[in-house]
Write a protein that binds this ligand. Structure first.
Ligand code: AQP
Length: 335
C-alpha cells in the first residue's frame, strides 16, 4: 500500500477475545473489505485491548492467530491493506501515554463499556479497563485516520477519541486529524439471540446467544430456531418486538431485502419458517468465510509473513507520528 497516496485513511480494530460473532461481522468486518479500493486501510487485531479482561495466555495466543486468519478470510487483502497485530507495534502504547495526559478522569468515568465491563468483571476492575478508550484513541490517531468503521457500541469511544484529538490540537497546535465514525445503517448493533435487549458479544457466557462466524450450518440453524422472540406471530418490524426486529435486521443485511419485503415474504407464515430462513441465509452467507479460514489457518508461515509485513508498514507510519508528537510536547530529541 503506498504510504503517500492522496487517499483517505481508515483504521479499525477487533479484539481476539474469541471467534468473531455475527455482530462483529455485520457491524464491522463485513464493511472493511469493500473499503480497500477507495481508502488506505489499516486493520488490527487488538490484543492489547483484549488483556483488559483476564485472558488465559495460551488461549490468547491461539485466538490472536485465529483472529488474524479470520480477518483475511473475511476479505482483508494484506497486499492492499495494512493488517497487523497491535502488540507488534509498540508505538500505540507509547502514544497512548501521551494522550492519557490529554484525557480527563471524568470523561473516562462516563464510558458505558467501562461501567458494563466493571460489573461483568467485578473482581478485576483494572486501570487498563478504565483507560481502554485512550489506547483506542492512540490506535486511530497514530495513523491520522480520517474514518473509523465501527459498530454502534463503539460510538462513544470514538467520540472520546475525537475530543482527545481536539484537546491535543488546542494545547500543542493543529496536528491530529479528528476522525469520523463510519457506522453501517443496518446492523450497527446486532443483539443477543437469547436477550435481545443486550448486544451480541463474543464473550457472552451463553453460546446460544451468539452466532460465531465459524459455526457450521446445523449449529447456526439450531441457534436461530431457539432465538427469543415474542408471543404474537407477525413478522414485522415494530417497537416492543426486539427479538423479531433483530432477526429482520440480520435477514435484511444477509439478503439485501428491505424490511417491507421481508414482512410480505412471511405474511401468513409462522415464526418457525422465518427463523429457518434467517438461519439458512446466514449459514450460506458465511460458508465461503469458513472455507477460506480453514485453508488459511493451516498456513502458519503465510500468516506470519503477512502480519510481520503488516507490523513493519504500520510502524513506519506511527514512528513518524510519534516523533512529531514527542517534539510537540517538548521532549528532548534522542538523536
Ligand atoms: N453486537 C454487535 N453489533 C454490531 N457491531 C458490533 N461490534 C461488536 N459487537 C457488535 C463491532 O465489532 C467491532 C470489533 O469489536 P471488538 O471485538 O473490538 O470489541 P467489542 O465491541 O467489545 O466486541 P464483543 O464481541 O462484544 O467483544 P467482547 O465480548 O470481548 O467484549 C467493533 O467495531 C464493534 O463496534
Amino acid at each position: 500500500m503506498p504510504e503517500t497516496s492522496e487517499k483517505k485513511t481508515i483504521f479499525s480494530g477487533i479484539q481476539p477475545t474469541g471467534v468473531f460473532t455475527l455482530g462483529n461481522y455485520i457491524g464491522a468486518i463485513r464493511n472493511w473489505g469493500p473499503l480497500q479500493d477507495e481508502y488506505n486501510c489499516i486493520y488490527s487485531i487488538v490484543d492489547m485491548h483484549a488483556i483488559t479482561v483476564r485472558q488465559e495466555p495460551a488461549k490468547l495466543r491461539q485466538n490472536t492467530l485465529q483472529a488474524y486468519a479470520l480477518l483475511l478470510a473475511c476479505g482483508i487483502d494484506p497486499k492492499r491493506s495494512i493488517a497487523f497485530i497491535q502488540s507488534h507495534n509498540p508505538n500505540h502504547a507509547e502514544l497512548s501515554w501521551i494522550l492519557s495526559c490529554s484525557t480527563q478522569f471524568g470523561e473516562l468515568s462516563r464510558m458505558t463499556q467501562f461501567k458494563a465491563k466493571s460489573q461483568q468483571h467485578a473482581d478485576d476492575i483494572n486501570a487498563g479497563l478504565f483507560t481502554y478508550p485512550v489506547l483506542m484513541a492512540a490506535d486511530i490517531l497514530a495513523y491520522n485516520a480520517d474514518l473509523v468503521p465501527i459498530g454502534a457500541d463503539q460510538k462513544q469511544h470514538l467520540e472520546l477519541a475525537r475530543n482527545i484529538a481536539g484537546r491535543f490540537n488546542q494545547k500543542y497546535g493543529d496536528f491530529f486529524t479528528v476522525p469520523e465514525p463510519f457506522i453501517p445503517k443496518a446492523g450497527a448493533r446486532v443483539m443477543s439471540l437469547q436477550d435481545p435487549a443486550k448486544k451480541m458479544s463474543k464473550s457472552d457466557e451463553n453460546p446460544n446467544a451468539c452466532i460465531f462466524i465459524l459455526d457450521d450450518k446445523d449449529t447456526i440453524i439450531r441457534k436461530f430456531k431457539r432465538a427469543v422472540t415474542d408471543s404474537d406471530a407477525e413478522v414485522c418490524y415494530r417497537e416492543g418486538k426486539d427479538g423479531i426486529n433483530n432477526l429482520m435486521t440480520i435477514y435484511s443485511v444477509m439478503t439485501g431485502k428491505s424490511l417491507d419485503e421481508i414482512t410480505s415474504e412471511f405474511s401468513g407464515k409462522g415464526y418457525g419458517d422465518f427463523k429457518l430462513a434467517v438461519g439458512e441465509a446466514v449459514a450460506d452467507h458465511l460458508e465461503p468465510v469458513r472455507t477460506e479460514f480453514s485453508k488459511l489457518v493451516k498456513d502458519k508461515d503465510y500468516l506470519k509473513e503477512c502480519y510481520t509485513a503488516g507490523a513493519e508498514a504500520a510502524g513506519r507510519i506511527t514512528r513518524k507520528t510519534l516523533s512529531k508528537v514527542y517534539r510537540k510536547v517538548g521532549f528532548v530529541d534522542a538523536r
